[in-house]
Design a protein around this ligand. Sequence first.
Ligand code: PHB
Length: 402
Amino acid sequence: MTVTATNEKTETGRPTSDELLFQPATLGPYRLPHRMLMAPLTRSRARQPGNVPTPLNACYYWQRASAALIITEATQVSQQGQGYAWTPGIHTLDQVEGWRLVTDAVHKAGGLIFMQLWHVGRISHPSLQPDGMLPVAPSALRPQGEAFIENDKGEGELVPFLTPRPLLLEEIPYVVRQYARGAKNAKDAGFDGVEIHSANGYLLDQFLNSSTNRRGDHYGGVIKDRMRLLREVVATVTEVWGPDRVGVRLSPLGTFNDIHDDNPEETFGSAARELSGRGLAYLHLVNPATTALERGAGPDPRSQRMLDLIRNVYGGTLIIAGGFDHDTAEQWLREGRADLIAFGRKFLANPDLPERFRLRAHLNRDNPTTYYGGGALGYVDYLTLAQERGEEPKPCIDERWR
Ligand code: PHB
């Protein structure tokens, strides 16, 4: 058995060596030292104008390079794919150069990093779109809720969503090409792989779910057709990267961004089955059990069955994210319900999360008021255990990765 910290004792004196969280794993061509990943987290701190990653963003990821794998914040593959103020893109040369700072920094620290490729579809606003046009979607159905945009004073502001413009059949190849370009640019920027964002009510999820896809052509209707765009995007991205460096994220039973599906077992069971056997690096699920809890509903009784179904039909590596702590993550691995666990908010607030878990140390709490926008505050100033003990924080904007 290859394990880290074989003779290590925790703060409470318990050995950690037999924990599955600390067992190495393989992911596509990569060997992971343990099973704790950093989940994608929107932080809205790209340089303006241009949505370009900065040395500060590089610092943030570099601090978290002890994750077995970092999956970046969702990153728009085109201007049309942007849905929130100040999120980074991967469609201009400046953005590729900016991401280079990030990948170099993470690699210097021994980490591994995949970029999450994103198109928001209808979850946008004309002020974020090319030429102030309407956001695009499978069908002309307005989402409930508000878009987060930049106002005239350069501040963030919430404004109601508008009815999107349905994509013409002849435009769909152009959308697929946006992903292809994003995938190529991610390669130029030095990433180790990419994750296709097909979750949380954004474009690909809008095609998958019955509530948002009312198309009469062969991109709508039965699930085989609602899945067509995802299939085409996976095909074009795997052409760039090879399947073993590509992951896909789904959110079965998700309701975020005003979405639902009339037959989620069929929809997400079929999607997982379709993705299985392609040699992808992984399938990444937003935990359906926590989705319901977060909207204030009780636990969704369908979530366990959904997870079992996907585990059964998907033959490859399965990652689950959402609401885990050390003990529940370990338990899910032990029960064989997932192969790897991704942590979002816990990684946001604890740059050294694997070390803290290894030592069973206390955790910092995340501050939701600094999730989106702003600078270093609530971003790169969460302390490691070593810093809590008095070690000087390493300078953030540092020549080491330039
Ligand atoms: C968000 O910005 O709130 C956000 C972005 C991407 C997601 C989920 C939430 O997948």
